[in-house]
Write a protein that binds this ligand. Structure first.
Ligand code: AMP
Length: 441
């Protein structure tokens, strides 16, 4: 199938061709016509399958039929709003909107916390067609009356399940209360838990469904490997693996912010070019770490689960789980950073005896056994245990993923918002932010 059979105008087809895309991905082929017809849409597709273009292209076509803004007036109030769970994802979706809309007289802006509000206010005053926002900062602007959402025609929730996981629901309800009820709503997500579908039914109108991959499956271009190892030898094993090809771009996941800092320091001290990204870093540090990793200035990015969703790092060959995630679904999202858009990827997990139960959860979720091979010189003193009583790490009272409803019970304790201390919380309450539930991993 070609893009030009989908009903997109020449301005968009030209931009698509500039990106080097020759044919739509399955999620694009299925979603674009549905969105163009004006339906609400619930779309689930594996991460890295081209979801962003799947909604951006038809939204641009609807806002700019035949490449022109209706009436050809200047942009004033935003007409489309994209909500994302993380700042990085907002920035990334905004970059895609600009790429795909480069031949339109389109004005767009991204709005997220951790940076000053001044530029965002200026952009909003100048007039924008599309806003890509994280909920917390959007609500700040709503409270200060910097933004008028009464002209929203299309609302898009990207990584919708993550947004609900992260406790965004109160913020989301607040935003939904000010956007017009008569609108088109699109929900895009890698996975759709039943609870999300139930919730979606409350604010969507007779949505069409597009399901490209079964829930919690991983793309076939990723090879998985587990190396059993004693917890205290993980760092050495990590160095050993990274040393095999020190120029290879590798994303390393650690469980905690403190742990990722320590690991990054250790890797840097061992001569690797490394950066860390997590919720305690300033937005500037986060942006720089990601940019340095994308440009190859650093080869290793150590991340907490903030980097697990939505981030598109071109041709990332390898993801290493230094620690397994506490919630099995996060494994799918973590390794979804590699093997994107049909490229080959390798996902390695370093698993200690104490994490056996987490590995078991992952295998049960994927309905797939992952190859377990000890690396010579790093064989563990205690083997992994894969039976029902397999041990799990206890950490800061975190609960584990043992049932279907684990999604609602995601542990948050290790990833609090920077400045989420009592003093700042009091300040926020003073500004009328009480009850805001945004989390910032
Ligand atoms: P996404 O799932 O939206 O994060 O996209 C994953 C990657 O696929 C991005 O690097 C896109 O640039 C790329 N991509 C999106 N659509 C296509 C397409 N039709 N053909 C080739 N690559 C694509």
């Amino acid at each position: 199938m070609n893009f030009d059979t989908l009903g997109l105008s020449p301005a968009l087809l030209r931009a698509i061709s500039d990106q080097g895309y020759t044919e739509p991905t399955p999620v694009q082929a299925a979603s674009i016509p549905v969105v163009l017809e004006g339906h609400d849409l619930l779309a689930s597709a594996q991460t890295g399958t081209g979801k962003t273009a799947g909604f951006t292209l038809p939204v641009l076509e609807r806002l700019f039929p035949n490449g022109k803004r209706p009436g050809d007036t200047r942009a004033s109030r935003p007409r489309a709003l994209v909500l994302t769970p993380t700042r990085e994802l907002a920035a990334q979706v905004h970059a895609s909107v600009r790429d795909y809309g480069k031949y339109l007289k389109l004005s767009s802006t991204s709005i997220f916390g951790g940076v000053g509000m001044g530029n965002q206010i200026q952009q909003l005053r100048r007039g924008v067609d599309i806003v890509i926002a994280t909920p917390g900062r959007l609500i700040d602007h709503m409270q200060q009356r910097n933004i008028d959402l009464s002209g929203i025609e299309i609302l898009i929730l990207d990584e919708a399940d993550r947004m609900l996981d992260m406790g965004f629901l109160p913020a989301l309800k607040r935003i939904l209360s000010v956007v017009p009820g008569k609108r088109q709503t699109l929900l895009f997500s890698a996975t759709f838990a039943p609870a999300i579908k139930t919730l979606a039914a409350q604010f969507m109108h007779d949505p069409k469904e597009v399901q490209i991959a079964k829930a919690n499956t991983v793309v076939s271009t990723v090879s998985h490997r587990v190396h059993p190892v004693d917890a205290e030898r993980k760092r050495d094993l990590l160095l050993h693996i990274l040393a095999e090809d020190s120029r290879r771009q590798t994303l390393v996941f650690a469980r905690t912010k403190h742990g990722s800092d320590k690991l990054c320091k250790h890797l840097s001290n061992s001569g690797l070019r490394c950066a860390a990204i997590h919720g305690n870093k300033s937005q500037n540090q986060r942006t720089r770490a990601l940019a340095d990793f994308k440009s190859g200035k650093v080869n290793v990015l150590v991340a907490t689960d903030i980097a697990a969703r939505g981030l598109d790092i071109e041709q990332l060959p390898m993801v290493i789980n230094h620690d397994l995630p506490m919630v099995a679904e996060d494994y799918v999202h973590r390794i979804g950073r590699t093997g994107r858009a049909g490229t080959e990827g390798l996902a390695i997990s370093l698993v200690s005896h104490e994490e056996s139960g987490l590995l078991r959860d992952i295998q049960l979720l994927l309905k797939q056994d992952i190859e377990i091979t000890a690396v010579s010189g790093f064989a563990p003193t205690q083997p992994l245990r894969m039976d029902a009583g397999a041990p799990r790490p206890r950490q800061g009272g975190q609960r584990q993923n043992t049932s279907k409803s684990s999604r609602q019970r995601r542990p948050h304790t290790h990833e609090r918002k920077p400045g989420g201390n009592t003093q700042n919380a009091a300040k926020r309450r003073g500004r009328g932010h009480g009850g805001r539930a945004q989390r910032n991993p």
